[in-house]
Design a protein. Structure first.
Length: 230
């Protein structure tokens, strides 16, 4: 049974999430402060953390850093802070996803299920599955770096386009921050060049999405980053 630690200082949210998650078979722990969250996580390590940033004692970003000091457990931020700086700070500190309050329980549950599926799939299986993936009407072979349409026509990608696409496809469903993409594809000196990402994502969508204006697979999370939706 997946154990989820929910950290929030609003009693009604803790209660609602405890009820909804337990009803769906999750083992739920709760904490209403950052210090309590770190203590619970150390004594009863969770499989996942759902964390509010606005805690009464510690900033949620500091809690993320504290957890990342010893665990790689997935962290989904659940916060009323809608500013892009707050989102980027949380993602750069090590959060895996970000849901803005007010939120729909169904949306949060979908994010949790996506993370749970990744937890349940062994790393070697993920690597095998990820060698060939679909993006709409295209088959992407990451091992051979070949993209082929269903009609057999090969789609050419530049090395940089491959770098962006592979990072997303190797992490299906996971939110990849802008800074992480820029660092991994271009290098640490380019972490503020978000215009690069906009240009390259637009190019990839024109080549791979049926309707580039309404992408179904290469998704932008405004102010945060990008994700590949299988």
């Amino acid at each position: 049974m997946t154990r989820i630690l929910v950290v929030d200082d609003e009693p009604q949210i803790l209660r609602a999430l405890r009820i909804n998650l337990r009803a769906r078979g999750y083992d739920v722990q709760v904490a209403d402060t950052g210090a309590a969250a770190l203590k619970v996580a150390a004594s009863h390590p969770p499989d996942m953390v759902v964390l509010d940033l606005g805690l009464p004692d510690l900033d949620g970003v500091d809690v993320i850093r504290g957890l990342r000091g010893w665990t790689t457990v997935p962290i989904i931020v659940l916060s009323g802070r809608a500013g892009s700086e707050d989102k980027v700070s949380a993602l750069d500190a090590g959060a895996d996803d970000y849901v803005t309050k007010p939120f729909g329980v169904d949306e949060l549950l979908a994010r949790i299920r996506a993370v749970t599926r990744r937890l349940a799939t062994p790393a070697d299986t993920i690597a095998t599955q990820a060698s060939t993936l679909r993006v709409g009407r295209h088959v992407v072979n990451l091992a051979d770096r070949v993209v082929t349409r269903d009609d057999g026509v090969e789609v050419r990608l530049t090395p940089t386009q491959w770098g962006v696409l592979e990072k997303l496809l190797r992490n299906p469903g996971k939110l990849i921050s802008q800074r992480q993409l820029l660092n991994d594809v271009w290098g640490p000196e380019y972490q503020n060049e978000t215009n690069y990402l906009r240009q390259y994502m637009a190019q990839l969508r024109r080549k791979l999405e049926d309707n580039p204006a309404r992408p179904q697979h290469l998704i932008t999370e405004p102010g945060m980053g990008y994700r590949y939706r299988p």
